[in-house]
Design a binder for this molecule. Structure first.
Ligand SMILES: *[C@@H]1O[C@H](CO)[C@@H](O)[C@H](O)[C@H]1NC(C)=O
Ligand SMILES: *[C@@H]1O[C@H](CO)[C@@H](O)[C@H](O)[C@H]1NC(C)=O
Length: 231
């Protein structure tokens, strides 16, 4: 670089000298010979300097792009770090997530009902009962926490009498499945519902008076429920 500046200064000085000389001289061609050589040298040096400056510009550009790459890498590193933290949170959330799910069959081989009055159906054969929110002695599911739950039930029966099974939340009639008398040797029905429950709410299936459901060890009639998500 120092060389470059020296050359520029030299050339400027040469150019000035020549201007003064041109104005004062009567025979410029003869006396100007030496100056011309000097100017040619300077021009060639200027050309070299220009070339060098160009090369330096290229180098600077390359360095700039490497610096940008470096910055992107640092950004990437911090993104990876925050993603890692998020993953840890998610893992912990999954571990702490309340797990509630049950499935149970009527169990008995034969008819349950018909009875003179409506009755709560007790599904005695527990297939799954994670969280123990379902009580196989009473047939009642008690919500352990506030959330949205999904319940589904399937009922099989002979066709000689009606089947009428409703899902209740506390004392409230929510959904119903019904099959009338028919010529079929058997009938099947089902229903399901998503329910928002408070902690302590009770859900159970109710068999209407004078109707029946058929059970067998292979759990042809079942009641299932699960927590979809807490609220
Ligand atoms: C009800 O389901 C049983 C099998 O679970 C089947 O044998 C029967 O045919 C079904 N009844 C009708 C009316 O589809
Ligand atoms: C089924 O039983 C419910 C009571 O649990 C009653 O309200 C409803 O009328 C009954 N449905 C039929 C079609 O008998």
């Amino acid at each position: 670089m120092r060389f470059g500046i020296a050359v520029i200064l030299c050339c400027l000085a040469g150019a000035q000298g020549q201007q003064v000389f041109s104005v004062n001289s009567e025979t410029p061609q003869f006396r100007g010979g030496g100056k011309t050589t000097e100017r040619q040298n300077c021009e060639s040096n200027m050309f070299t300097v220009q070339r060098e400056l160009g090369a330096m510009g290229e180098k600077l550009k390359a360095m700039e792009s490497r610096l940008e790459t470096c910055q992107s890498l640092m950004e990437l590193k911090s993104t990876v770090a925050s993603l890692k933290a998020m993953l840890e949170d998610f893992k912990k959330e999954q571990e702490d997530r309340p797990k509630v799910a049950f499935s149970a069959g009527l169990g008995e081989n034969g008819h349950t009902g018909p009875f003179n009055t409506g009755t709560t159906l007790v599904y005695k054969t527990v297939l799954t009962n994670i969280g123990s929110a379902y009580n196989p002695a009473t047939g009642i599911f008690t919500a352990p926490l506030r959330g949205v739950y999904y319940f589904i039930y399937h009922c099989h029966g002979g066709s000689s009498s009606e089947m009428n099974v409703s899902l209740y939340k506390n004392e409230q009639h929510i959904v119903m499945a019904y099959e009338g008398k028919s010529d079929d040797s058997s009938d099947n029905m089902s229903n399901g519902v998503s329910l928002q429950l408070e902690s302590g709410d009770q859900v159970y299936l109710h068999l209407a008076a004078s109707t029946h459901v058929w059970g067998q060890p292979k759990s042809i009639s079942t009641f299932s429920g699960m927590l979809l998500f807490p609220l």
